[in-house]
Design a protein around this ligand. Structure first.
Ligand SMILES: Nc1ncnc2c1ncn2[C@@H]1O[C@H](COP(=O)(O)OP(=O)(O)OP(=O)(O)O)[C@@H](O)[C@H]1O
Length: 322
């Protein structure tokens, strides 16, 4: 069976006054149907940029983008999203096949519009649906996320944070997409509400056979839902591994550091921090980008040559140690 999504050497660079920012720099991975991949890594490693590249919502200052983003669909066959025009993406892909819950999107709900108007607007305006059918779809989507139809007549300020996040998730699944990209979907919520939203995402995944790309800083949260974990560092994917294997045996030194920096309730565990900062993506370090912060860097090797991705007992890792 083909995967749902396959990225091959995807790049996306930004133009800035300081130089070209290589935010996504040669990323390859596969996502199967019904699979959830958590994308983790420090702030500024390029996670959101990769998400925007996949759903083709790019700012004007893109310097260059390249590679292949293959999407396998029963209706469309295999399409390369990189080669599709904006109008084709809008007609065939965005929201219908691939949707996104943006970072802080629950706070981006328009405060002066009722939920109904915000939910049906794209259906009526962009898809030319009648108001009645659009309201039906919105009602159904709200039901799927555990909200009653009364929410349709409310304004955002009349809803709790958790309810607003459910509305935003309802909007993302309204058109029955195959893949939902979630950028920090629970970061502004309290822990109980976070857990409720994660449970909801799990239910929706099973019910609609959805695939997810879940961007998060919170590896513990990622472990709740992810089938596999992708670790980004400075524009590169340094490790992709099945979740259970990743937590038992993280192979890239950066993955090991990320896990060691993860807080737990165990009192005997000392939380480590990762010394140094994420490097500049304008002039990233040569060779392996992690070498200046890596305790195992091999002199004469890691600072000179970029490691290729290797299959190391079930994990894909880009590191000279293997
Ligand atoms: N529109 C833009 N123009 C120029 N540079 C940008 C733009 N958007 C992001 N960047 C830069 O690209 C790099 C990657 O940013 P990105 O937001 O993708 O990282 P991230 O891993 O998602 O971070 P966070 O977890 O903080 O959201 C950063 O150096 C950022 O400053």
């Amino acid at each position: 069976m083909p995967p749902l999504l396959e990225l091959r050497n995807v790049k996306m660079y930004y133009n800035t006054t300081r130089g070209t920012v290589k935010a996504v720099d040669g990323i390859s991975f596969k996502l199967e149907k019904g699979e959830a991949m958590a994308l983790v890594g420090e702030s500024g490693s390029g996670k959101s940029s990769l998400a925007f590249t996949i759903i083709r919502l790019l700012p004007r200052n893109v310097a260059e983008s390249g590679g292949e983003i293959l999407f396998y669909d029963e209706e469309l066959g295999v399409v390369d999203l990189m080669k599709m025009s904006e109008s084709e993406i809008r007609r065939k892909i965005r929201w219908k096949k691939i949707s996104m819950v943006f970072q802080a999107s629950m706070n981006a709900l328009n405060p002066i519009l009722r939920i109904q108007d915000q939910m049906i607007e794209p259906l009526v305006l962009h898809l030319g649906m009648s108001k009645e059918s659009a309201v039906k779809i919105a009602e159904e989507a709200l039901r799927s996320v555990g909200l009653s139809r009364d929410v349709l007549s409310r304004y955002p300020f009349e809803l709790s944070g958790g309810m607003k996040q459910r509305v935003v998730i309802a909007m993302a699944i309204m058109m029955r997409p195959r893949l939902v990209i979630l950028d920090e979907p629970t970061s502004a919520l309290d822990v109980i509400t976070q857990a409720n939203i994660m449970n909801l995402l799990k239910e929706l995944k099973a019910k609609f056979d959805l695939s997810y790309i879940l961007i998060t800083h919170d590896i513990a949260l990622a472990s709740e839902i992810a089938d596999k974990i992708g670790v980004m560092y400075a524009g590169k994917l340094v490790e992709v591994a099945p979740a259970d294997l990743f937590f038992r045996w993280p192979k890239h030194p950066y993955s090991q550091k990320l896990l060691a920096a993860m807080p737990t309730l165990r009192e005997d565990k000392k939380i480590e921090h990762i010394p140094g900062d994420v490097p500049s993506l304008i002039n990233p370090p040569p060779g392996c980008r992690f070498h200046p912060r890596c305790p195992y860097a091999i002199k004469g090797k890691c600072e000179k040559e970029e490691p290729a991705v290797k299959d190391v007992e079930g994990s894909l890792v880009a590191c000279w140690l293997y």
